[in-house]
Design a protein around this ligand. Structure first.
Ligand code: TRP
Length: 451
């Protein structure tokens, strides 16, 4: 499609990199990566994780961006259909885009609920709430999840925040906001690390927990964990990166850009570990798993440390920024699908998509309290959404995008998009997209089924 000067799009490559890195950096980096790495043998796990990023995550990320920029539309269905027509392949490849959009819708519904928690935790941290109740942060967290009106209100507040940014469009809404939030996020993270080094005296222990290789703790499950994390953290598989790529107007190679995005994401995950564990260790708290790490262990640590109120509040502002730069990419994907496929205006698409996922999110929020006994496939609504999207739909979508780039797009068009020449790098990329990434996905699916 010819882009006119007034058409929406990134003002520069940096705009794209910040937005894509913003999508990738999220709750996955802040709570999931540090504890999974710690529990699976530290550096030994980090090495496998890096390999998974390079061999599976990165090829899928580059595939999505390449399809997006080459396609004739800004949405995954349109992009895949137009490219398969041009290549003489079945337009049914568009179904991969439909799968992506569906996954994004459900993913956003539960992710936004957790994002909403971070808003109230800024307040809790400032007030030192965990110190004022007998059970500490455990009780505060239970109080929050048990409070249905509060859970719904926080969720809706985040829905509105996300919608307000996406309503502004790609350049004036999304790019403008990530240009503020991403640098702020990095500054806060570095500040927290400095605090850990100066105030806690536990930086060395945290670094050992994360980086000292303990190969005896590596199991076959660690491989599945590393694969799953590589997938989750790069935001691939729903087509969000495809949409962001479709707004890249200049013609430079994509391979390097995708590497920068993955490198920023990985750096933030490692830095998050170095920021979080000194604080957790300083108070003698065991690094717990899952949401408990940032919503229970850390708040308990903050109330026990000097200046913890402010440090804690800053930490949760960091969580808000990380989550918000991810939710806007998910909503933007839905908005482009609705605009291109149904001809809706941006306002119609933002308001209707937001209303839709807000409703499913309310069900997810209520599954912590009034609807806690609603169970499907032995899970509550929230857990079902998490497992169904992260373990099944995202990996399937990711395999779809990689297979499309590897098998359907011609060598020439792929070479032109990636900017890596016609030599061994192109062949290596195609090999990864055609075979290696889909095998990785197969292992994730298998691990999910055997659980
Ligand atoms: N990468 C995000 C995180 O680490 C989560 C995520 C997964 C995501 N898939 C996505 C975000 C798709 C936006 C779009 O928290």
């Amino acid at each position: 499609m010819q882009t006119t000067p007034t058409a929406d799009g990134w003002s520069s490559r940096l705009g794209f990199v910040l937005a894509a890195a913003g999508s990738a950096v999220g709750l996955g980096n802040l709570w999931r990566f540090p504890y999974v790495a710690g529990e699976n043998g530290g550096a030994a796990f980090v090495l496998i994780y890096l390999a998974c990023i390079a061999l599976i995550g990165l090829p899928i990320l580059a595939s999505e961006v390449a399809i997006g920029r080459r396609g004739a539309c800004h949405d995954p269905i349109g992009a895949l259909t137009s490219l398969s027509r041009a290549a003489g392949a079945s337009p049914r490849w568009g179904l991969v885009g439909l799968l992506g959009g569906t996954s994004a819708f459900f993913f956003l519904s539960f992710y936004n609920v957790v994002a909403g928690w971070s808003l109230v935790y800024v307040w809790y941290a400032l007030r030192g709430t965990a110190a004022s109740v007998p059970g500490g942060a455990t009780e505060v967290f239970a109080g929050l999840t048990g409070n249905a009106p509060l859970m719904v209100a926080l969720h809706l507040a985040f829905v509105v925040l996300t919608g307000a940014i996406v309503l502004g469009g790609v350049r004036d809404g999304i790019e403008r906001s990530v240009r503020v939030m991403m640098p702020a996020l990095l500054l806060i993270l570095l500040g927290l690390i400095a605090y850990g080094v100066i105030e806690t005296g536990e930086f060395g222990r945290a670094a050992r927990f994360l980086f000292a290789p303990d190969f005896s703790r590596l199991t076959l499950k660690s491989l599945a964990e590393a694969l799953g994390q590589a997938f989750f953290t790069l935001s691939v598989g729903v087509g969000g990166m495809l949409v962001y790529g479709s707004f890249l107007q200049e013609s430079g190679g994509i391979a390097r850009t995708a590497i920068s995005v993955a490198a920023i994401d990985t750096a933030v995950a490692l830095l998050a570990g170095l920021a979080i564990f000194p604080i957790v260790f300083a108070t003698g708290i065991e690094p717990s798993a899952g949401p408990g790490l940032i919503f229970v262990s850390l708040p308990n640590a903050f109330v026990a440390l000097p200046g913890g109120q402010w440090v804690g509040a800053l930490f949760f502002v960091l969580v808000v920024f990380a989550a918000l730069t991810s939710t806007i990419s998910l909503l933007e994907l839905l908005v482009e699908l609705l605009r291109e496929q149904l001809g809706w205006s941006r306002w119609q698409a933002v308001s209707r998509a937001s209303a839709g996922y807000a409703l499913v999110g309310i069900a997810a929020a209520l599954s912590f309290n009034v609807w806690s006994d609603v169970r499907l496939f032995e899970r509550g609504i929230f857990d079902l959404l998490v497992d169904l999207t992260s373990n099944i739909m995202l990996p399937l979508g990711g395999a779809g995008f990689a297979l499309f780039a590897g098998w359907v797009m011609s060598r020439d068009s792929l070479a032109a998009e990636l900017g890596v020449g016609e030599g061994w790098r192109l062949s290596a990329f195609r090999m990864l997209a055609r075979v290696v990434a889909p095998i990785g996905v197969f292992i994730i699916l298998l691990a999910a089924l055997l659980q």
